[in-house]
Design a protein around this ligand. Structure first.
Ligand SMILES: Cc1ncc(COP(=O)(O)O)c(C=O)c1O
Length: 389
């Protein structure tokens, strides 16, 4: 069967390839430890599960979701309260908030809502691979803006060639950043808003790690910047802070015209989030902020453990303070892939090669901290043994 040409342009999804490799090794009896994927292993808090179970018993919730594609008003109101208390951002639940099946869905719908075939769309390199796939599916043209360690992994907006800026209609950004862990500053966000206004570029600020911060790093939303709502939307998600990756619940907030356009795409694609999942999401936002703190303490300890091991094998660096990933420079004289392959072949530890996130990812690997403590300890022991100088 001939399938659509647009799909042929999309590179294989990084984690699908990795999963295949891991599964094969496991079938061969190898004790593989994967530090490659950002998917918390600890359970979703009980109160959230209880709310799902209780509301799933009500037949009213078995029908199409309330308010369909927009998400329940109660859920949108709770998101508004969360944004006000956590970020000091005011949002109108009626016009500035839209429920999503995760922020990944929002990336795709944002492109459908804003980008015409042939438009240039800016994204960072390294960057989350799903942006490229969404741009290509929308028949846009991705343009990679490098983000480098010397600029704290923030794009230098003035360095983007003016002909590209002229052609661009949208830009993806994501801080706290996957894969580098870097965080944005208020000054950068002000510059970003001015840049977007001057060049009529709609911003899709993907912020699912907004709560995953260490060492006193302050929480930042794009919508805190003056004028942000004039130029873009922020995507957020319950996946990472509440260990709800599998539940599929997130949100888009910001510019009302963009929110209405994304809502129109959604209305013609799916019929919204299952009501009990929205009730469970409300429970998470209302009651489980302490759980976020608890998980941050867990990740913080794991960060220290990995950094200590890396130091012992001669990799000493000062990591950025966001996300549950560490963006680790590889030993001198090796490429990202060589280091990744040696780790896998000699220790059965899987990490993501930096080049999977773009060519500027060369020289780095990404280590995820979402593995149980004992498995992480075992992985670190193997790495120390293999690489100790
Ligand atoms: C930058 C970024 N955006 C979006 C997502 C997807 O999040 P969600 O589960 O909300 O779809 C991820 C998941 O790893 C991510 O790293």
């Amino acid at each position: 069967m001939q399938t659509a040409e647009r799909l042929a342009k999309i590179p294989p999804y990084l984690f699908m390839e990795l999963r295949k490799k891991i599964n094969k090794a496991k079938t061969d009896g190898v004790d593989v430890i994967s530090l490659a994927i950002g998917d918390p292993v600890e359970a979703t808090p009980d109160s959230i599960i209880d709310e799902l179970c209780a509301t799933a018993r009500n037949p009213l919730n078995h029908r199409y979701p309330t308010d369909e594609e927009k998400g329940m008003l109660l859920y949108r109101q709770e998101i508004a309260r969360w944004y006000q208390t956590r970020y000091g951002v005011s949002l109108n639940p009626e016009s500035e908030i839209l429920g999503l099946i995760g922020s990944k869905e929002g990336c795709h719908h944002f492109i459908m809502a804003r980008v015409n075939p042939g438009d240039t769309v800016l994204m960072t390199d390294p960057g989350y691979p799903a942006y490229r796939a969404s741009i290509l599916m929308g028949e846009g043209v991705p343009y990679n803006v490098p983000i480098l360690p010397e600029n704290n992994y923030l794009p230098v907006l003035e360095d983007i060639p003016s002909d590209i800026v002229l052609k661009a209609t949208a830009m993806f950004l994501n801080y706290p950043n996957n894969p580098t862990g870097a965080c944005a500053t208020p000054e950068f966000l002000d510059k970003l808003v001015a840049f977007a206004k001057a060049s009529d570029i709609a911003i899709c600020y993907d912020n699912p790690y907004s709560e995953i911060l260490f060492a006193g790093q302050p929480r930042i939303s794009f919508l805190m910047a003056q004028g942000a709502k004039d130029v873009g939307v922020e995507l957020n998600s319950l996946s990472k802070p509440f260990n709800m990756c599998g539940w599929r619940i997130g949100v888009a907030c910001g510019n009302p015209e963009l929110i209405a356009a994304i809502s129109k795409v959604k209305e013609n694609t799916d019929s919204g989030i299952f009501n009990p999942i929205q009730y469970a999401g409300i429970q998470a936002l209302q009651k489980e902020a302490p759980f976020v703190e608890k998980m941050l303490a867990v990740y913080g300890k794991r960060r220290e453990k990995v950094l200590k091991t890396l130091k012992k094998i001669g990799i000493d660096f000062n990591p950025p303070r966001g996300t549950f990933y560490l963006w680790v420079p590889v030993p001198r004289g090796m490429t990202s892939l060589e280091f990744t392959n040696r780790l896998f072949d000699k220790t059965a530890v899987v990490v993501a090669s930096g080049t999977a996130y773009g060519k500027y990812g060369e020289g780095f690997v990404r280590i995820s901290l979402t593995v149980p403590d004992d498995r992480l300890a075992e992985a670190m022991a193997r790495i120390e043994k293999e690489f100790k100088q």
